[in-house]
Design a protein around this ligand. Sequence first.
Ligand code: ATP
Ligand code: MG
Ligand code: MG
Length: 407
Amino acid sequence: TMAAASSNSNQMKYSAENDGLPRDAKIGILGGGQLGRMLAIAGAPMGVRLNVLDPTEPSCPASIAAEQTIGSFRDKAAVLEFAKDCDVVTVEIEHIDCDALDELVKNGIDVQPTPKTLRTIQDKYAQKVHFRDNNVKIGPFMDVPDEAQLQNAVNAFGFPLMLKSKRLAYDGRGNAVAKTASDLDNAVKSLGGFDTGLYAEKWVPFERELAVMVARSKSGEVVAYPVVETVHEDNICDTTFAPAMISNRMAEKAQAVAKSAIASFEGAGIFGVELFLLEDGETVLLNECAPRPHNSGHYTIEACNCSQYEMHLRAICGWPLGDPQLKVGGSVMKNILGDGDGEKAMTKCHRIMGKALTVPGASVHWYEKPEVKKARKVGHITTVGASLNEAKERMSEITGDDYNVQP
Ligand code: ATP
Ligand code: MG
Ligand code: MG
C-alpha cells in the first residue's frame, strides 16, 4: 500500500524522474541488530526513517536511529501486524518466516528482495541448487537426508568432508567437518541429526577467501563493490582487506562471478557474496551469498562513495543506485568479539576500541547490544589510508597484529 506515503501532501521524491518511493515512505526492516542499526544510521542523513521489528528488550541496536516494534521477525502474526502500513519491507537477517512475506505481497506490500529470493537463499542447499541451475561457479555438493546418502557423499567427495545445516546457519554454527570416517557420527550429531536437514560439500582447498558486495536495482541493474579479502578465525569473519591483494584481472573475475550470482535472483537490495580463490590462483568458486548487508561490506561506510547500507536503501526504494567505488586507497576492518560474558568482561574490546580513538583514519562502531557475550560480535573497527598498506599499519597500531605490511 502507499497509505503512509500518500497521506503526506508534502511528498519529497529524490528521483529526477519522480519514480521510486517518496522519502517519507514507511520502510520496515525485519530484525534490528547491528546491520539494522547501520541501515538506520545511513538513512538518517537522507531524511529516511526506518521501523524495525526486533524482540530485544529494552531496545535493539537499530533503535538508536529507528523506531522499534518489539516482536519477533520469526513470528508470522507479529510480522503481518508490523508490516501492515509499510510501503516496503526488507530484512537484515534471512532467517525469517517467508510465508508471512508471501502474505504481505498478496496484501500489496512491496517486499525487497522478494520472498522467493529470500526463501531460496535462507536454505543453503536450495541456494546451491539454484546456483548450479543458473551456471554460477560452485563446488560439488550433495543432499544428505540419511546414512546411505552420507556414505554416497563420502564416496564421491572423500575426506575431509564438510557437513552443513541447510537452515539457520551463521558464523559457522551450522558446519561440521569430518576428517575421517570415525568423525561422521559426531559431525551429524553436532548439527542436530539428519532430520534437521543436512547436506555435504566437497572440501574446497582454497588459498584465500574473497567477498564482493553486489547491489541489484528494482529494474535488475547489478553493480559490484571492490573485491575484499576476508580472513576467518574459527569460522567467524575476523578481518577484511580492501581492495583484495589480487591482480586486476582476478578481481574482475571475482566480480563477474558475484554479479552473475546476484543477477540470477529477483528483487532489489544489497547482497553479500562469499568466494573461494583456489590454489591455482585462477579459479573462483562461490561459497554462499546473503540477501542483505554483510559483515564483509562494513568497510564501505568509511571507504566507498556509497556505503552498502545507503545502497540498500536506494535499491529497495527504487532510487538510482550509488557509486560503489573506493574513495580511499585501502581499508582494513576488524571485528570485535566479546571476550567474556557481560560488558564488565569486555576488557580487551575496550582496550582496542580506546586505542583506535588515538589512531588517525580509524573509526569505531559499538553495536550497543543489551547482552554482550563471549565470541559474539559486539562492534568493529575500520581503518582507511592513502594505500592498503597505510590502512594495515594503522590497524596494526590498534590491534598489535601483523598484517604483512610491505616495507
Ligand atoms: P556466515 O556467518 O558467513 O553466514 P556460515 O555459518 O553460513 O557463515 P559458511 O560460510 O558456509 O558458514 O562457512 C564458514 C567458513 O567455513 C567459510 O568462510 C570457509 O572458511 C569455511 N568453509 C565453508 N565451506 C567450505 C568448504 N566446502 N571447504 C572448505 N572450507 C569451507
Ligand atoms: Mg552463511
Ligand atoms: Mg559464510
